[in-house]
Design a protein around this ligand. Structure first.
Ligand SMILES: [Zn+2]
Length: 149
């Protein structure tokens, strides 16, 4: 017997016990595998979790087939956040520093009066707000330690 992590089209996660992966595929093809929560037949296999949640008695207990609720998917992934931050930092370095003229320059670019490019600089909260009101995308850039003076 093997245990497969399964997921329906509505992201309900559950486990299924099958004689083999082939047995799962054939049962799914015949519509015999359904979600215990919503009875959906659109079931996909999830890769087996690459980590084990360690706990005193976790290893002794068989894993319960509890479908994770909608909240499970919303947990921010710290790795994904770190990647997003480093991309933002890189974008920041590739941009032209226009300092105090940031709001003015952002408008010029937006309205086609200035060459289109990425810029960074200083902007007050009011500046940022009015730029956003005008439909100009402004991102607060995380500061590197080295950028702080
Ligand atoms: Zn479901």
């Amino acid at each position: 017997m093997i245990v497969l992590n399964l997921c329906c089209e509505r992201e309900h996660l559950f486990e299924g016990w099958f004689a083999s992966a082939e047995a799962f595929e054939s049962q799914r093809a015949q519509g015999l595998v359904s979600c215990p929560v919503c009875a959906s037949l659109a079931i996909t296999r999830r890769p087996t979790a690459p980590y084990v949640i360690s706990g005193a008695s976790a290893a002794d207990r068989p894993a319960a087939s509890v479908p994770s609720g909608a909240g499970g998917a919303a947990t921010p992934d710290p790795d994904a956040l770190a990647v997003a931050m480093s991309v933002l930092r890189r974008m920041g370095r590739a941009s032209e520093d226009v300092g105090e003229r940031f709001a003015e320059e952002a408008r010029r670019i937006h309205y086609g009066e200035s060459e289109s490019r990425n810029i960074r600089g200083k902007a007050s909260g009011d500046d940022v707000e009015s730029l956003l009101d005008e439909g100009i995308l402004v991102l607060p850039l995380p500061q590197d330690e080295g950028d702080l003076h």
